[in-house]
Design a protein around this ligand. Structure first.
Ligand SMILES: NC(=O)c1ccc[n+]([C@@H]2O[C@H](COP(=O)([O-])OP(=O)(O)OC[C@H]3O[C@@H](n4cnc5c(N)ncnc54)[C@H](OP(=O)(O)O)[C@@H]3O)[C@@H](O)[C@H]2O)c1
Length: 496
């Protein structure tokens, strides 16, 4: 079996209702993804899209916008365009939500969609609960016999453990946990799923995927971008909440988890929860030695001068929001006891790249004398999640010649060379999963709570300790203290 799409069902006919349909996420990601699903014959021909927002479009002008968006994103157009509709609402006016419910009923009837609907919340997070309240009152959240209602939520899922729990309680008043799809688009990336296929479809992996063979693991998500127009959001959030609490911890889980009994739904979700439950909690006194937080100052990226974070528009001149985080975690379980997992994420770093690096232990002794064991580089397995998606295994090889010269060489798998073209868009896969009712790649509340519980000591420690913020020039790989985090254990970050 090599082509997974062959085994996937087509979605049932359903309504895809997008709140915030006039916004950036809907335009750049969701609408192109839905049209791609149709082009790939994965979207039921009777499904329809209903865009909802305050901007006063009508069906025709919304279709024109969708058409423009598809062209801008080089997405296929097709018959779905005439099944795109739009409803203007006001979040203050319950009457507009009654009108929305009437519209959905009417569209369901004309398209033969039997009370099956995806409610996608692509609005700023502070609006979501208010919209859900309106939807509950209008009856649109109620599951009818034979139908289903699935709510898709974007991060952030709270800003700490207490707010995540409160959000969950409020959601629970309207939806069952099984109806809630908390999305982390990282998990829909083809290369992230390839990590799972690599681990669980290749028998050679399992025997070496443990503390006996692995020295340490590095997970890096580097961005060249600054904060763009997101100062308001980022000032409140910072990088720990924006990237580490979700994407990086998810990557940690996929790397470290036990084989699930199937790749579907609960089994995989449970295994990921178990990983977070096994991560050793950071004691307050460990937060200064095991966690690095940084903020970029002015510097140069790709030959272009860029301002420091505090010089960005909308940022306070004395802001302590972190734009870089590195941390060292350990897992308290049989497989990974004693193996450090180093995580780092940062903005205004030299390259835009996401990588997982598994560094194996050195050979126990050298038989290649006079070369010493320490002179041989350990094997490194690298998953390049983006860009230049692929996998690389570094190993030692004899350099040609009469003398014994050992050089590092690499076996490379390049996604584009092997399979051609760009990997499919993460949102297409995830939207299809929602329509199929497959929640394996979505985040359960339990996972969210574990993630917050893990980071809460860091958040608390930082609150009382603004001095711990290190600076780094834009275009560098972060503060020196991030290098020290590994250097003091005789290790170094892999070159990205
Ligand atoms: N953009 C991305 O690439 C991206 C990626 C990952 C996750 N996300 C998440 O997806 C969600 C939506 O992001 P987005 O970038 O699409 O947001 P956005 O463009 O700022 O907002 C989406 C829509 O919400 C409405 N809106 C914005 N501010 C509002 C306000 N104060 N009151 C009422 N309505 C308001 C606007 O529609 P109307 O004015 O027409 O009502 C806007 O078109 C966020 O939670 C974000 O974190 C976005």
């Amino acid at each position: 079996m090599s082509d997974e799409t062959n085994t996937r069902a087509k979605s049932e006919a359903c309504a895809i209702i997008i709140f915030g349909a006039s916004g950036d996420l809907a335009s750049r990601k969701l609408l192109p993804a839905l049209f791609r699903l149709l082009a790939e014959n994965a979207l039921n021909e009777r499904s329809y899209i209903l865009g909802v927002a305050r901007t006063p479009y009508d069906d025709e002008s919304f279709r024109q916008r969708v058409n423009d968006v598809l062209a801008a994103n080089r997405a296929p157009t097709g018959g779905l365009l005439k099944r795109c509709f739009y409803q203007t609402v006001s979040y203050e006016d319950a009457g507009t939500f009654k009108a929305l419910a009437t519209r959905v009923e009417e569209l369901d009837r004309t398209h033969g969609v039997a009370d099956k609907r995806v409610l996608y919340f692509a609005t700023p997070p502070q609006l979501v609960m208010a919209i859900i309240g309106r939807l509950r009152d209008s009856g649109l959240c109620v599951e009818r016999p034979g139908g289903w209602v699935r709510a898709v939520l974007e991060k952030p899922f709270g800003s700490n453990l207490a707010s995540a729990r409160q959000m969950h309680e409020e959601l629970n008043g309207t939806f069952e946990e099984s109806q809630i799809y908390r999305i982390d688009h990282y998990l829909g990336k083809e290369t992230v799923q390839n990590l799972l296929v690599f681990r669980f479809a290749n028998a050679i992996c399992e025997p070496i995927w443990n503390r006996t063979y692995v020295d340490h693991v590095q997970i890096s998500v580097a961005e060249t971008d600054g904060i763009g127009h997101r100062a308001g959001y980022f000032e409140q959030t910072g990088l720990l909440r924006d990237m580490v609490q979700n994407h990086l911890l998810q990557l940690l889980c996929l790397t470290a988890m036990e084989p699930p009994s199937t790749m579907q739904d609960c089994s995989m979700r449970d295994e990921k929860v178990k990983v977070l439950a096994a991560v050793k909690s950071l004691r307050p006194e460990e937060c200064s030695c095991c966690v690095v937080r940084g903020q970029y100052t002015a510097g140069e990226i790709s030959g272009k001068e860029v301002p420091g974070y505090r010089g960005e528009s909308g940022v306070a001149v004395d802001s302590v929001a972190e734009t870089f985080v590195a941390l060292r975690l350990e897992l308290d379980n049989w497989r990974w006891q004693g193996v450090p997992f180093y995580l780092r994420a940062g903005k205004r770093l030299p390259r835009h790249t996401s990588d997982i690096v598994i560094q194996f232990r050195s050979v126990p002794a050298s038989v290649l004398r006079p070369l010493l064991a320490e002179q041989l580089s350990p094997n490194v397995l690298r998953f390049r999640l983006q860009p230049n998606e692929g996998i690389e295994l570094r190993f030692e090889a004899k350099a040609p010649g009469p003398r014994l010269h050992v050089k590092s060489a690499a076996l490379r798998f390049d996604y584009a060379d092997e399979f051609g073209g760009e990997p499919p868009e993460a949102y297409a896969r995830l939207l299809l999963d929602v329509m199929l009712g497959d929640a394996a790649l979505f985040l359960p509340q339990m996972w969210i709570e574990h993630a917050w519980r893990l980071l809460e000591p860091v958040i608390e420690h930082w609150k009382g300790n603004a001095d711990g913020l290190s600076s780094y020039p834009a275009g560098s790989w972060g503060p020196e203290s991030a290098e020290m985090l590994l250097a003091r254990e005789g290790r170094a970050w892999a070159t990205l």
